[in-house]
Design a protein around this ligand. Structure first.
Ligand SMILES: [Zn+2]
Length: 333
């Protein structure tokens, strides 16, 4: 049988799903996902093991990322807000990055979905009324500058991975973004916990399974997140703020890991400063050497740029009346 006939014969035998997708395509996709997952686990295990061998786990720097979106169409998300933190167990959270994103428009036919999603979650004004950074290339450049070289792995909640990858694809405008890896934080958390418990001089309990790490991260604790939301979300719905998410996750890791590493928790580094709001937190970081950002950060500190709680409650349509802060907040070096 010729190759052409074989192909034609094979095609006739091909099975399809109800959406007319060939099962062989689904199998291939699944194989690629499995391979990607195995690579991810191997990379995380190797990173953690190497840090323990070199005795640098306490000073190793990790990066967390989270975000909000306006619309989700299949695997493509339209960004609304992004936040990252850099931390080490030794020094706590050492740097933050945060920006609002203002796409020009919502995709045709998805305006109602975007408004509904915003109303139920982050409550940011929906394009074309969104305010924030409109230049995607600039956002990507700033993210890369925040991450430094070589590009570190970004960790996030498992459910956020597709969203963050989609944001990066959009910012890169189909350009090369293969160097930015986005991996699940619970996997890193679990690997570190297992290793710290094993290597600790004292008797330390480990996690019985990886699901324990996931559950710890999933718990939203108001005490841990007090004063960590961005200026806009500080007014309400802070639990939907990505700046709050990334700090919350870091604090959870500190809580469970620092003791194993014999590191004392310091308020303001391993937990929010007592009585500190996010606005004063950002301002204080600026004062410690980020003067180039003062004007931009202070423009957000100005109360007239932040919608009041009353204006949110009184508004009729989240896509129309609600205004976002005028510009992104940054806290990067
Ligand atoms: Zn926010």
């Amino acid at each position: 049988m010729s190759a052409q006939k074989r192909r034609s014969f094979k095609k006739k035998l091909e099975k399809y799903t109800s959406q007319r997708i060939a099962l062989s395509v689904i199998d291939q996709k699944q194989k690629e996902l499995d391979e990607e997952c195995n690579t991810m686990i191997r990379t995380i295990k190797r990173t953690v093991a190497e840090a323990f061998v070199a005795n640098t786990i306490a000073s190793e720097e990790f990066y967390l990322i989270s975000g909000n979106y306006f619309t989700k169409i299949e695997q493509e998300y339209l960004p609304a807000e992004i936040a990252m933190v850099k931390f080490s167990f030794e020094n706590g959270i050492t740097n933050k990055y945060h920006t609002y994103v203002a796409p020009e428009n919502i995709q045709m036919g998805y305006q109602a979905d975007a408004i509904e999603h915003s109303t139920n979650t982050h409550r940011l004004a929906v394009p074309p009324n969104a305010t924030g950074e409109r230049n995607y290339q600039r956002i990507l450049n700033e993210m890369k500058r925040f991450m430094g070289e070589p590009t570190p792995i970004l960790f996030t909640f498992e459910e956020n991975i597709a969203m963050i990858k989609s944001f990066i694809r959009l910012f890169a405008n189909s350009g090369n973004n293969d160097d930015i890896k986005v991996y699940p934080l619970h996997q890193l958390f679990y690997e570190i916990k297992v290793m710290t418990a094993k290597n600790s001089a004292m008797e330390r309990p480990s996690f019985g399974s990886i699901n324990i790490a996931k559950e710890h991260l999933r718990r939203y604790d108001c005490v841990l997140t007090a004063g960590t939301a961005c200026a806009y979300h500080e007014l309400d719905c802070g639990k939907h703020c990505p700046l709050s998410h990334v700090q919350h996750w870091a604090y959870i890791l500190f809580h469970h890991i620092c003791g194993d590493l014999n590191i004392k928790l310091i308020s303001g580094e391993h937990s929010p400063c007592e009585g500190q709001s996010s606005r004063s937190a950002i301002a204080s970081n600026v004062v410690t050497g980020l003067t180039a950002r003062v004007d931009r950060v202070l423009s957000v500190q100005n109360d007239k740029d932040i919608p009041t709680l009353a204006s949110r409650i009184n508004r009729k349509r989240p896509g129309g009346a609600l205004k976002s802060p005028k510009i992104s907040t940054f806290d990067s070096t």
